[in-house]
Ligand binder design. Sequence first.
Ligand code: GTR
Length: 333
Amino acid sequence: MKQIKNILPVLCFVICVFFISGCNAGKNSGAKIWNVAVIHKDTHPETLAMVKMGEIFAQLTDGRYRFEVFPNELLGPQRETLEQVQYGIIEMAVIGNPNISSFVDGFLTFEMPFLFNDLEHQKKFFETGFTAPLFKQTEKFNFRIITYFTGGTRNMYSHKPIRGLADLKGMKIRTAESDTYSKMMKALGGAATPMSFGEVFTAIQSKVVDGAENNEPSYNNSKHYEVAPYYSYTKHLIVPDYLIVNAKVYNSLSDADKKAFQEAAKRAEEYERELWTKEETKSMEEAVKGGAKVIKDVDIESLRNAVAPLHAELCKNPYIKKVYDAVRETADK
Ligand code: GTR
C-alpha cells in the first residue's frame, strides 16, 4: 500500500507530461509554448483572462510565445497544479489564496472574514503596490506571483437558508483547505470540512457536508445549486486568486520580454475584473433558472461580530498585522 502511495505522484507526473505534450503535438509553429492550469471552465473570467493574456503576450513578442490554457481542473486540483509550476512541469497556473498562504504568512491576512468592504476596496488595496514585497517572498519556493485576480465575494449555500448566526449552528460547511477557514467556521458555530473544489458536489450530494461557500460563478458553473439550492448572501469572504509562474521560466525571459509579460498580465487582470460583475449576475440568473433560491435578508452583523476575535488572534503575528493595517487604511471610512 505504502509503495503504491509513493509511486502515485510520479505516475501523475508522467501522465501530465504525456497529456500536455500530446495536446501540444503538431501545434508548435516555432513558438515557445507555456502551459497554464485553471480549475474553472472555459467561459470563466479567469480562463478568458489567461487566453487574452496569451494573445497579448504573443502579439508583443512577435509570436515567440504561445499559451496553452487547460481549464476545468484538467491538470488536477489547484494544490497539484501549484506543485507542477514549482517543479517546472507546467509554466503557469491560477491559484487561490489558501494554497499560497501555506508558504508565506502575510497572505493569511486575506483569508480573514469581512476584511475587505467590497470588491472596489480590494481593487484599491492591490493598486497601492503594497503587495510587491509580499509577492516576492514566494520566489524561494520556485514560483513568482505576477498579479492577482478578483475571486469575487463568497457566500454560503446549503439545503436550507442561512439568515444569521443561529442558522449556522452545528452545520458542516466545505471550505478550501485553510486553517483560518476552520477557525472562522468554528467561530460561526459550525465546522469546516476542507476539501478540493472538484470534490464539493459529491460531498454535498452524499451529505458528507451540509453545504459550502463560494462566489456566484463557481456556484453556478459547478451546478452546486442542484444539491444546495439556498444561496444566502453572507458576504463573509473576499479572497483573491493569483497568477503564478515558475520562477526559473520567468527569469529566463529577456528584460524586454519580462516587460511584455508584465504588460500582458496587467491587461489580463483588468479584463478579468471587467468580466467579473457581468458574470456574477449571469451566473445567478442561470442558477435561479436551475432551481436556486436567493436569500438576501441575512443578518451579516451577527456573523461579523462572531468572527471579530479571529482578526485579533491573527494580528498577533506582526507581519499579518502589517498587511491587515495596510488593507484597512485603504477602506472607505
Ligand atoms: C473559487 C476560486 C478558487 C478556489 C475555489 C475553492 O471560486 O476561484 O481559487 O478558491 O473557489 O473554493 O476551492
